[in-house]
Design a protein around this ligand. Sequence first.
Ligand SMILES: [Zn+2]
Length: 302
Amino acid sequence: MLVFTHPVCQHHVTPPGHPERVERLAAVERGLAGLSVERRDCPIGDEAEVLRCHPARYVERVKSAVPREGWAQLDGDTFLSPGSFQAAMRAVGGICEAVDAVVSGAAKTAFVAGRPPGHHAECETAMGFCLFGTVAIGAKRALDHHGLGRVAVVDFDVHHGNGTQDLLWNEGRCLFVSSHQMPLYPGSGRPDERGAHGQVLNVALREGSGGAAMREVYERTVFPALADWGPELLLISAGFDAHADDPLAGLEWQAEDYRWLTDRMCDFAGGRVVSTLEGGYDLDALAASVAAHVGVLEERGR
Ligand SMILES: [Zn+2]
């Protein structure tokens, strides 16, 4: 099992009081402490990888918006600091290298702890703390570079992965599953949003529901869909903001639920799983949830 991080991901700095903050990575490190994982630095991502999902004019728009000091604001809650572009490109480099390692068989499982997150970034729109669609870029790497025929992305962040859905809407080789609280930001993710090839599956969870409801709906709808799809590689958008202690949402999951969910997902794709950090804003809950999630990836990746 490989864990990809890079100090530059701490150079994406958000304004005081912003929930998606530098300290999250220290919480992730607390979660990783005690796990016997092999550590790797995220390389700088290749812009050609980003261009599989976003047009060049969008990449240039983000790059040119980076401020020399202070912050630039791209939408109501998405900010750029001087290090943001480089941080985002490390997250991109991390997911591509993680996909390479797992597809080549060098590792069975991998986790990328980068910032900023990615699953809200649409084709030409930065939003929800996200600049580039990291997990979708990883899926395209597996499909276009490695030539895999069937990939799946499961997004268990409490918010709908609208960006990933947008980037993979026409991608008939990739199943995209998102489970999320509804109604909640960003407002999309209705079950009737199915993708151009019927390969998108949106699962709505009720506010206040906990791990039992999650397990029931994954057993009933998500795992059968994964079994039918038969992916060669499973990517996970691992947001931990469905945790009961998270301040941004209203689900009641516990760290043990992430352990169960991760273990069940390792039953697919021959256990070839690449996971990448999305949300999770209570630092203690984030640390405990990462310990559970990555702990299983480590056990199953032996
Ligand atoms: Zn989220």
